[in-house]
Design a binder for this molecule. Structure first.
Ligand code: FPP
Length: 237
């Protein structure tokens, strides 16, 4: 074993649509099964030692999907964020979000704000939900803010280090993920944690997201633990 348990795991929960199609169900039922899989995983993973889990729930590109599907995913997000409020207190789950929330419905925005506030002192896993999130959009928004702060002379162009850029990103409260998992046999980053994933290990599995569980998570972690991480250097850490 070369590495400890990863502190932060990013997950691209892909394959809900295909899972539903295989069962002749509407796509939204695949997303519902996906939300249930996440729910169960968070419960089962609470003792593993992973501190942060960041999931890609809705990308800046997902607005291209049908109105019905978008409505279905948004409804699930509200339902599950409220469920975390009611049921997940015993797990001590801390909820955060990344992405541009301003395009989401006022009701969903209010639920997210309430969950963040209520869960902020909890000490269990930090679940960060990426909603209306795209890595390029996040970097664009950070650059806009950096430019504004330069204009106001709060910072100066020579202050722009990698650390400073990280502190302007939505993920400023998170360490970079050591491991990023993508399910359903696709080998793409799809605009997820572009800056933060520079040195992440990417684990791709054919399992469709609704079928992902604690055993498949443990397989991914074991794979990660055996990796030689060189960060561009010659020797492992
Ligand atoms: C990708 O599968 C999945 C999504 C775009 C949505 C993920 C959303 C959830 C699991 C809902 C709830 C989330 C939380 C945080 C409670 P796909 O539709 O692209 O699948 P396909 O590639 O098989 O069509």
């Amino acid at each position: 074993m070369k590495n400890e348990i990863p502190q932060h795991i990013g997950i691209i929960m892909d394959g809900n649509g295909r899972w539903a199609k295989k069962r002749m169900l509407p796509r939204v039922m695949g997303h519902r099964a996906g939300a249930q899989a996440l729910d169960k995983l968070l419960k089962d993973a609470s003792g593993l030692g992973v501190k942060y889990i960041t999931v890609y729930a809705f990308s800046t590109e997902n607005w291209k999907r049908s109105e019905d599907e978008i409505k279905g995913i948004m409804g699930l997000l509200r339902e599950y964020i409220n469920k975390y409020f009611d049921e997940m207190e015993s797990l001590s789950l801390r909820i955060r979000s990344i992405g541009d929330l301003s395009a989401l419905s006022p009701e969903l925005q209010a639920d997210i704000a309430r969950m963040k506030e209520v869960s902020k002192t909890r000490t269990g896993i930090t679940l960060t939900i990426a909603m209306n999130y795209g890595g390029r959009d996040e970097i664009r928004r950070a650059l806009t803010q950096i430019a504004k702060d330069c204009r106001k002379e709060v910072i100066h162009p020579e202050d722009i280090t990698e650390q400073l850029i990280s502190s302007y990103l939505d993920t400023s409260f998170l360490p970079d993920p050591e491991l990023i998992i993508r399910t359903s046999g696709e080998w793409r980053t799809s605009n997820f944690l572009l800056w933060q994933g520079a040195y992440s290990e990417y684990y791709f599995t054919d399992v469709l997201w609704p079928d992902f569980n604690i055993d498949t998570l443990k397989e991914a972690i074991a794979w990660y633990q055996g990796k030689d991480r060189r960060f561009g250097g010659r020797n492992s850490k």
